[in-house]
Ligand binder design. Sequence first.
Ligand SMILES: Nc1ncnc2c1ncn2[C@@H]1O[C@H](COP(=O)(O)OP(=O)(O)OP(=O)(O)O)[C@@H](O)[C@H]1O
Length: 920
Amino acid sequence: MSTENIKVAVRVRPFSQREKDSNAQRIIDMDGVTTYIKDPAARPGEEPKKFIFDHSYWSHDGFKEEKDGYFSPATAKYSDQTKVFNDLGRGMLTNAWEGYNCSIFAYGQTGSGKSYSIMGYGANKGIVPRVCEMLFQQIKENPKEGVEYRVKFSMLEIYNEQVRDLLTKKVKGKAKEGLKVREHATKGFYVEHLTDVPVGNYRDIELRMDDGNRNRTLAATKMNDHSSRAHTIVTVNFEQIYKKENTTKQACINLVDLAGSERSKQTGAVGERLDESKNINKSLSELGNIIKGLHDKASGKRAQLNFRNSKLTMLLKNSLGGNCKTVMVAALSPAAENFEQTLSTLRYADRAKSIKNVAKVNESETDKLIRELIAEKEKLLAELKDAKANVTVGYTEEDIKRMKQEQEAEIERYKEEIAGITLSWEKRLEEARKETEEKLREEQREENAKKRFPHFYNLNEDPLLVAKIIHIIKAGSHRIGNNGAKPQPEIPLYGRSIAREHGVVCNTRNGVTIKSLKGKIRVNGVEMNAGQEIQLHHQDRILFGEYTMGATMVPNLFVFHHPKEEEELINQGKKHTEISYDFAVEEIENNIDSGEGGDEDNLALLKDEIIHLLPLVEDANAMAAEFNKSVGFEVTLIPAMFRGKESGPTEVYVKMHNMENDNEFYWGKNKFLDRQCSMQRIYEEFEGTYNVEKDDDPFYEPPDTENLIGLVSVPLVALAHGRTYDEKLTIRNYEANTVGYLAVELTAEAGDVKEEEKGQVKEGNIDPKEMIGKDIAIRINIKKAQNLPVKYNKVWCKYKFFKMKRPTTTNPTECVAGLFDLKYKKRHKYEAQQVTHEFLSYLQDKTLMIEVWGSQSETVMRQARPRTAPGPLNMGATGSLRRASFSIDGTQTDGFAGRSTLKERAANLGGATGEACTVQ
Ligand SMILES: Nc1ncnc2c1ncn2[C@@H]1O[C@H](COP(=O)(O)OP(=O)(O)OP(=O)(O)O)[C@@H](O)[C@H]1O
């Protein structure tokens, strides 16, 4: 037995290009094992905070890029991938050889460098591939007489509390997702029916891992979700079987790449994106609770540890305080804009340091192990039989017949699994090898085809998932469509906005063309007209299906690759550039921003969507009533501004109103459709008692889901005259209603005016033209908010000043009875060096848009408001339209006679914020 603390390492990454472009300020420094973090809003002379870890890896600068793309140290301070592996990975391998379970997990905010350390990119291989490669190398180099080595590999992801096997797509025709996590008396938690492939060398692992990533990409596209926001767990099971001694040494190596948690706040998301990060947050916050609990326990305090609260904590139970040797890598962003998140990562890591694990060598009699496994399977089998036998009361014969068939299929599967356990290792390895060889041949065929034929490859925000889906375009015509198309299209695509006959691609002697049929296609950001045909060229970007402004993941985004054209370009000396996901998405957004599509198109689209959603919303309301849920749904329209976006069309949302506590939530169309599907499923299976866990309940929304309460627009012109602007302004919500007041103070101080001129500047007599060329400091001080809806218990503000790429966000502040008071003054200082004409016209002509965000509480003091359940349609600003009528461009929608048009409503929303007012 070995009792030791979790080993904790932190690592800081380089600035990203975006951070470099915006002259980001560095807040992290390291010296030996010590990490320092400086608060960008610290008072002069305030010391940075200091943390000590087992390792502090400086990977921020001091490196050079080798020819193959490897980042090697140019200074002694820099830690490269090899150093990290030597410190952390090698030790894990030594432990695994001794028969200890080991685990490494990476924690940190989105984009902080978790995957880089754990998986790695290109030549900069991370810990996972290195550990796997080294394990086989060591087996090869140190074979022991009479010892058989067995290595098994599995890969899963946890997304929205669902466990998905990444190595097999289907079992008996069913996708392997929603797998159960079970608990074994000695082994702890494990995933039932998870594929565990025998692997004979590192290449096998590489291929399987590639397969896993391909499955992640496909699943993400099909389910309209974002696999890169999932937690990925790779497990290597290493067994040493001592034949003469009849003993087996077993080590389970868990390699965990956790998803980042906070994207929603930075992008200002509502709807699906928020919901998704909530689920990631749930797993991560449970993980945080466990780490805190273990830390408290280590410091002698009482603590409750509930590992069962999330799938992630169940699966990491052994790694945290259990039979395991664990390493945690906390990934840090160096930039000031991420200060809060980075500080919280450091605190998290600091707590993890005190967790003690009690690892023991997993060695036992080989026969006993097999007997135990069989006994476990048989127990499950018996449980299953009992369960099925007990539920036949009240079923029709048809139901019982179907259940019997299911039961038989399950029993068959268990039998196969038991046979699998006793099957000789050689036979299993041989079977797996055949599969791997077939995969290799397939890969080779694909590689050859890619060199010869034009093809599409997919783009994804996660670099590990790029080019995992390939569509080869040989000579002839290739139909593009969804899987409902008959016969199956040559290029099948998934997702709601893919039509059966979406389009067609033709490869002829004259080149490759694409024709749009019944689905939307964008080429290089520009939308094609129905029936239009255009020629494709090397590196064209193609989007199939609709584009949702601001979506975190854009499915079905491809790059067209033409090998011949590529060769010609190289011959002409043209430099090859990779097309990035961000580039392709920005290109689409630019085209939409530049007015493409126009108002008319958007109105027609909105009308279609509303007509499609209304009956479903009615159904959802009816089901809520049937289940006695005090919630109501209504369709509403939310302009881009109120979705935290600078521009873009108005979108259809569904407002969910919880009548118990008056909370309101805004669901994007896709999220509502997913929820409505679950409601329908529950409704069909309903037997009189509504027995659905909160997490799976489509009618439930956690109260702390973030909402954009409203906007305030602050005129800046006073600053152009050097005057202070100090006002209380109205906060307007997306329905253009007043939802509170915000007190804001803005000051401008010219930096290089002479001492005797300073008073003059403050008094505001300055002629704006005199500002040109001078240094100026603008201070933005959000003082307090009043009269906010009382259901909000935390409130914060967000804004972008001038050309800031990312918004500044104030700390969430407690809000009591609709009032929040920011404790700090002079929160934000913007320094402009040598004021330009552009900056001056910004001050003179523009307003600063401040978003007021909040999270609600479960129980609230209700404000007086009508207690009626909402109808299915709420057109916001006009108020009276609930269950009434509306028309779009004079066109009456079914059953609704016109009173206000969408255009009028859009006009009502425009410029509805910001007049100064007096508040008592
Ligand atoms: N040590 C490093 N050296 C060089 N580049 C790095 C380093 N760490 C991270 N990066 C780069 O920073 C970017 C973000 O890193 P990465 O994808 O690993 O973040 P992440 O935390 O896994 O994000 P997510 O939560 O979105 O998966 C990548 O482009 C990666 O190549």
